[in-house]
Write a protein that binds this ligand. Structure first.
Ligand SMILES: [Ca+2]
Length: 174
């Protein structure tokens, strides 16, 4: 608790220290890297649990159970990093897909990340996707959860109950 108060005071001091210059959160974090446990995206690591498949909800739970999160892809650099991890994966099938955190379970067509509900701003949809497909006979539920393809790393939406391998992420520990 004392540490928390100290940190809060430190933050207030930092913010009040230079009111004349507008500062972004990134500016403050750069000057005071010890104030926040979060790390820049370059520090992110992706991880594919070996020989494990799950429905999308189980993938969220599994990543949490090992102190990680179902993967987010926030920009091209992260997409490239995830592609490298997928490329290293040995798989019998080139058409395999891996669950990531993106989903439109709340409002169809509005995609958010599983971790904190942040909107999906960067995306890499395959042509014609997301198609919100409803299955062979038009039955519900429609496809609401996103997986990335092993070959071109493009996204496609699937029924969340399908069993797929998945990708967790964590921020690199120093
Ligand atoms: Ca689809």
């Amino acid at each position: 608790m004392n540490l928390m108060i100290t940190i809060l005071i430190a933050v207030i001091t930092v913010v009040r220290g230079d009111l004349s210059v507008p500062k972004t959160v990134d500016d403050i974090l750069q000057q005071n890297p010890c104030l926040c446990p979060c790390k820049p995206f370059e520090e992110k690591e992706y991880f594919i649990p070996i020989s494990r498949t799950s429905d999308w909800f189980g993938a969220v739970a599994y990543c949490h159970s090992v102190g990680m999160e179902l993967a987010e892809v926030l920009n091209e650099d992260e997409a490239r990093a995830m592609g490298e991890v997928i490329a290293e994966e040995e798989s019998d099938s080139d058409d395999e897909f891996y669950w990531i955190g993106a989903n439109d379970l709340g409002v169809q067509g509005t995609y958010r990340w599983a971790l904190a509900g942040r909107p999906v701003l960067y995306s890499q949809w395959a042509a014609g996707e997301p198609n919100h497909a409803r299955g062979e006979n038009g039955q519900q539920p429609a496809e609401r959860c996103v997986a990335v393809a092993m070959d071109k790393y493009e996204w496609n939406d699937f029924q969340c109950t399908q069993q797929k391998p998945f990708i967790c992420q964590q921020f690199r520990k120093h």
